[in-house]
Design a protein around this ligand. Structure first.
Ligand SMILES: [Zn+2]
Length: 189
């Protein structure tokens, strides 16, 4: 499936530059970010979440038995997607179920700029994929991403996030700190 490339990143970058007030609110990235290399291309290889974004996800996941939908506000830095914060998408509760969620309007229309992608949860932690495993058949989430203008999309899946860029490569990001992971590995023995 061919996805038309759209000038979203450029627009997002311009908006980012214009919104100096928002930049002042930008929290420190949770992890070091690679500096933007000239000509590094626009295919992100890493997703970096601020502390606010991690807290928001943990809270939403714990609190919400239905899918939540968030707007990832941030920017592309080199090959990293840096998420400053996650804002709630405009969702009618009637359109949020354990397996489905629909936004009433685009993130930008809801006041969240620059949005670099959307994130939703799978409360049961299952089927966190954009392509059915071992195939090139897009899942409903893969099809939804193809219709979106954003550079990336993400699924919150318990203790990790599955995310995808326009290169169609699925990547994972753990939400558990390395120390906690080691502790739980020990306790699981
Ligand atoms: Zn989904």
């Amino acid at each position: 499936m061919q996805v038309a490339s759209r000038p979203v990143l450029t627009r997002a970058a311009i908006v980012a530059a214009a919104l100096t007030a928002l930049l002042c609110l930008q929290p420190e990235p949770a992890q070091p970010v690679e500096p933007a290399a000239p000509g590094a291309g626009s295919t992100p290889r890493a997703l970096v979440l601020s502390d606010q974004a991690r807290r928001y996800l943990a809270l939403q996941y714990r609190a919400d038995p239905t899918e939540f939908l968030g707007c990832m506000i941030g920017e592309l830095r080199g090959r990293s997607v840096v998420v400053w914060r996650i804002a709630p998408a405009d969702v009618d509760p009637a359109h949020s179920t354990p397996t489905h969620v629909v936004a009433e309007q685009a993130c930008e229309a809801a006041g969240w700029s620059p949005t670099i992608g959307m994130i939703h949860s799978h409360p049961d932690g299952e089927r966190c994929w954009y392509y059915f495993p071992g195939t090139e058949v897009a899942s409903s989430d893969g099809q939804a991403f193809a219709r979106q203008p954003y550079a990336v999309d993400a699924i919150m899946c318990g203790e990790h996030i599955v995310w995808i860029g326009r290169d169609k490569a699925e990547r994972q990001l753990s939400l558990v700190a390395a120390g906690q992971r080691a502790a739980s590995a020990i306790s699981n023995r």
